[in-house]
Design a protein around this ligand. Sequence first.
Ligand SMILES: [Zn+2]
Ligand SMILES: [Zn+2]
Length: 187
Amino acid sequence: MPKHLPTHLNPRSPLVLDTRELPRRPGVLRTVSRTVAAPADLGVELIGVPEGADLSLDLRLESVSEGVLVSGTVTGPIEGECGRCLRPITDSLTVTIQELYAYEHSTTDETTDEDEVGRLQGDLIDLEPALRDAVVLALPTNPVCREDCPGLCPECGVHWDELPAGHSHQQVDPRWAGLSQLTRQEE
Ligand SMILES: [Zn+2]
Ligand SMILES: [Zn+2]
């Protein structure tokens, strides 16, 4: 990967932050509050933010000596299915973002890798990678509809909640019952 990718960020893209209004003087602050449409595939296999759903960004952009510190929260709905019973899950998720983006050609830019510290591309910040990381970290890898979800009976696939107490498929088939008697006699 080349150290400096050509700037291809679209300033109008919802997850691109434009810092032109933020003077490059340490300590200067700007806040960004906006609602944007969630990008595709924001989540993990069983659960995530539906594409196009409203994501509320509530961020603080702060000039620091080497770049811009972005901190704040992003909130959105999540949808998925229970890993035990496959019932749909809907919830909401708030993730915290705290990420430094270094100015191009700053000392930080020259001395760190792009995967350690983010980069400004001109005046623009691509928030999407940090947002994806935060969302994936915050989501459960095994989502459940409720903590004590008992799941499905592996034999008939019916939810244990809907089955009578003592439900079982352990009745011995009469043909095998005869066979097991036979085995016992041989012993
Ligand atoms: Zn469940
Ligand atoms: Zn069953």
